[in-house]
Design a binder for this molecule. Structure first.
Ligand code: RIB
Length: 281
């Protein structure tokens, strides 16, 4: 039978469109869709597996030509994807190897190393890390990069200074408050995304301290806001618009060549130095 599957509509699942990182990637996706004459149906999963399942079903019913999955939340239920094996799919910013789908992401391990090596190069030895929820790929990779850089520098990681946040403002603020409540505080902290770094900045100010005089800080993602905080936030750049455009291109490739071998497209994280990270006085 002739299979007609061309609505020139793509679907996209995103954990939360209020996180500026995701918003900037979505912008890149939408721009590329516009250039190519495709429409986009965007679904927020809010990090909820049931909602993700419902969105997957809905997109399939709408006969989208394929979908981009950017669901970086923890404990993603892979069985949710089992019913959709025929749907062309590209994982963006996230994706377990077991899912045999095309994947575009940066190496959080490399990015975590870069951030930590920057703080080490500034003379810091007492360094903390505000990571995301345990079990989430971005948190685990970035934390592993932090640990590796510390180990390579011959330093031990102080468990009190490794605190889990939620990749949002409030979790970053709370995590920094916990670090500052310890009898000794680190001189520098790597926050595993810029939103948590912004929350952490607030906690440092609430404690009557100043970044970078009392505490150096670096984030991750390099969202637009990073250059507008006081002080301007150093960060690890993820090429968000490029990630979005590449995801669309990879998905169209997949749609046209459904049986091609799985592709993994790595993106390189890079260091952006601003005012929040300074040489140890
Ligand atoms: O899940 C949130 C985080 O994961 C984002 O801020 C971005 O860093 C992504 O990789």
């Amino acid at each position: 039978s002739l299979k007609v599957n061309n609505t020139r509509t793509l679907g996209m699942l995103v954990t939360s469109s209020t996180n500026p990182f995701f918003a900037e990637v979505v912008q890149g996706v939408e721009q590329r869709c516009y250039e190519l004459g495709y429409s986009l149906v965007l679904c927020n999963t809010c990090g909820d597996t049931n909602r993700m399942q419902a969105a997957l079903d809905m997109l399939q019913q709408k006969r989208v030509d394929g979908m981009i999955v950017m669901c970086t939340h923890a404990n993603l239920d892979q069985s949710a994807f089992a019913h959709h094996t025929t749907m062309p799919m590209v994982m963006a910013d996230w994706g377990p190897v077991e899912l045999n789908a095309d994947l575009i992401k940066d190496s959080g391990y490399e990015g975590g190393r870069l951030a930590t090596e920057h703080l080490l190069a500034l003379g810091h030895r007492h360094i903390g890390c505000i990571t995301g929820p345990a079990g989430q790929q971005a948190s685990d990779e970035r934390l592993a990069g932090f640990r590796a850089a510390m180990m390579d520098a011959g330093l031990t990681v102080t468990p009190d200074w490794v605190q889990h946040g939620d990749f949002e403002l409030e979790g970053g603020k709370a995590a920094m408050a916990r670090i500052l409540a310890r009898p000794q505080r680190p001189t520098a902290v790597f926050a595993c995304n810029d939103l948590m770094a912004a929350g952490a900045l607030r906690a440092v100010a609430d404690a009557g301290l100043t970044v970078p005089q009392h505490m150096s800080l670096i984030g991750y993602d390099n969202i637009e806001l990073a250059g507008y905080l006081v002080p301007r936030l150093s960060s690890i750049e993820q090429p968000k618009a490029i990630l979005g455009a590449l995801a669309v291109d990879a998905l169209l490739e997949r749609i046209h060549h459904p049986h091609a071998a799985r592709r993994v497209l790595p993106l390189s994280p890079s260091l952006v130095i601003r005012e929040s990270s300074a040489r140890l006085a």
